[in-house]
Design a protein around this ligand. Structure first.
Ligand SMILES: Cc1cc2nc3c(=O)[nH]c(=O)nc-3n(C[C@H](O)[C@H](O)[C@H](O)COP(=O)(O)O)c2cc1C
Ligand code: SF4
Length: 465
């Protein structure tokens, strides 16, 4: 990579290890197939078509690749869930809905390196036996849809897509499907419903795990844009070599999207778990803005639980011993962030400094989730709206101390009681913010507020006597 030149000011940080973003902001790079072929493009597809499909899945399993869309589920294992006796068509869907607040990596791949995604998709489709693939493109990405259509047309002309790809006998059509403009269309079963032309109400799992019962009730593999691009690199270097990047169980590279109160926000592709939170925020992102200190971080997109920068944790080592670490010591991998009570999610790291009022953060999140609930199930539909109404009262100085408790109760009544994981996505941030900043929220409330019920007022008087 050393001979690659990047646009001035867009050079990767020395701590980065770029696979997927190798061509992003590269000097002289464009989205044409000629440019991609000039850089060795589609060579991995040629190699993959010479392999048995199962052998590709085995390489992906060996690589340890975990999905980059949010849940971090192992990609090769997901592919292996297609029923062996299946007689229906198999579908591959690339999830390019990218609507998790704080996440902005997939759009760069599509905008600047669409052929990398096509190559990853054709290899993946060949591995899972799909002859039809869809790119479900976020509605707000109109330019990306055009770029993708153009790239697919170019790939078809060169016979990398279409009938009898490169004489292998393998056929694949790829279609771009424009999304319906809702966050829930990124949830894989909501996405599938939307792709079928319906309202994107998520399906209940079990039984509707897409790998068994997906699009048109046929086996369907849904993978994130970044995950599918990694497949090309796994073929290029082999599963074992890929697995040597990163740390055990958390292999390869991943793109971290850092936004908020740091000197240098942006996207950074790093080996998973090879840098700590402190290195990311202070070294790579340049530290806090002048005169400010870091206060809190949401490490994996808005659905991840907030972490305070002065926290420390005791976690279990794989050998059963315990380990103490501060917030800044946390390696940026799936397992450690989970052990510290949050999640690496979609890689969207949202940073807040001491200028941020936490009630405002809470209310901002609640507005998003109340707006985006699909409304199919009652705890989420009603609960997300109640949470928003309560935090509206907190930020506007109309709340009572009782409201903070009610807000927490509502969150726990949503969590674990809904059709899809949106329920947790909306309630976890609230639970964590109240857990960690309760005093601050209560300090913004008043017992004399007009919204306090007569009964609650009586109780408070009784307590204070
Ligand atoms: C509410 C909600 C929104 C989601 N939005 C996205 C999204 O925009 N993009 C994405 O790749 N995955 C999203 N996911 C995760 C998908 O359901 C699915 O797990 C993912 O696309 C699988 O790809 P992967 O295995 O490659 O990570 C979302 C999940 C939930 C619950
Ligand atoms: S949890 Fe929310 S988003 Fe998911 S199905 Fe229920 S109402 Fe819809």
């Amino acid at each position: 990579m050393s001979d690659i030149k990047y646009l001035p000011g867009k050079e990767p940080h020395p701590r980065e290890r770029r696979l997927i973003f190798k061509n992003i902001d590269r000097d002289g790079w464009d989205t044409s197939i000629a440019c991609y072929l000039g850089d060795g493009g589609y060579e991995q597809l040629k190699a993959a078509l010479g392999m048995e499909p199962n052998a590709i899945t085995e390489e992906v399993k060996k690589s340890g690749l975990r999905g980059r869309g949010g849940a971090g589920f192992p990609t090769g294992i997901k592919w292996g869930f297609i029923p062996p006796n299946n007689t229906k068509p198999v579908y591959l869907i690339c999830n390019c809905d990218e609507s998790e607040p704080g996440t902005f990596k997939d759009r760069y791949i599509v905008h600047q390196d669409p052929h990398q995604l096509i190559e990853g998709m054709v290899i993946s489709a060949y591995a899972v036996g799909a002859h039809t693939a869809y790119i479900y493109m976020r509605e707000e990405f109109p330019e990306a849809a055009q770029i993708m259509e153009q790239a697919i047309a170019e790939a078809r002309e060169k016979n990398f897509v279409g009938k009898n790809i490169l004489g292998s006998g393998f056929d694949l059509e790829i279609y771009v499907h424009r999304g319906a403009g809702a966050y829930i269309c990124g949830e894989e079963t909501g996405l599938i419903e939307s792709l079928e032309g319906k309202r994107p109400y998520p399906r209940i799992k079990p039984p509707y795990f897409p790998a068994a019962l997906g699009l048109y009730m046929a086996p369907t593999i849904v993978n994130n844009v970044e995950s599918l691009c990694h497949v090309k690199h796994i073929i290029a270097m082999g599963g074992d070599t890929y697995a040597s990047l990163g740390v055990p169980r958390n292999t390869g590279t991943r793109i971290l999207c850092v936004s908020g109160d740091v000197k240098k926000p942006g996207y950074y592709e790093v080996e998973v778990g090879k840098i700590t939170m402190g290195e990311l925020l202070n070294d790579i992102c340049g530290g806090p803005k002048d005169g400010r200190t870091f206060r809190a971080v949401i490490p994996g997109g808005s659905s991840a639980k907030i972490m305070k920068c002065d926290e420390s944790y005791t976690i279990n080592n794989p050998d059963g011993t315990k380990r103490e670490l501060t917030f800044y010591d946390i390696p940026m991998d799936f397992d450690t962030i989970a052990a510290c009570g949050s999640m690496a999610g979609s890689g969207g790291v949202i940073v807040m400094d001491d200028s941020r009022k936490i009630s405002w953060v809470l209310n901002n999140l609640n507005h998003f989730y109340a707006h985006e609930s699909c409304g199919q199930c009652t705890p989420c539909r009603e609960g997300s709206m109640w949470m928003r109404k309560i935090s509206d009262r907190i930020v506007s100085g109309r709340a009572t101390p009782e409201d903070v408790q009610t807000l927490e109760d509502v969150a726990y009544q949503i969590d674990g009681r809904t059709v899809c994981a949106f329920g947790e996505a909306s309630s976890w941030p609230v639970e964590a913010i109240i857990d960690k900043f309760r005093d601050e929220l209560v300090a913004e409330t008043s017992e004399d507020n007009e919204y306090l019920s007569a009964e609650a007022k009586q109780q408070l008087q009784y307590i204070s006597q």
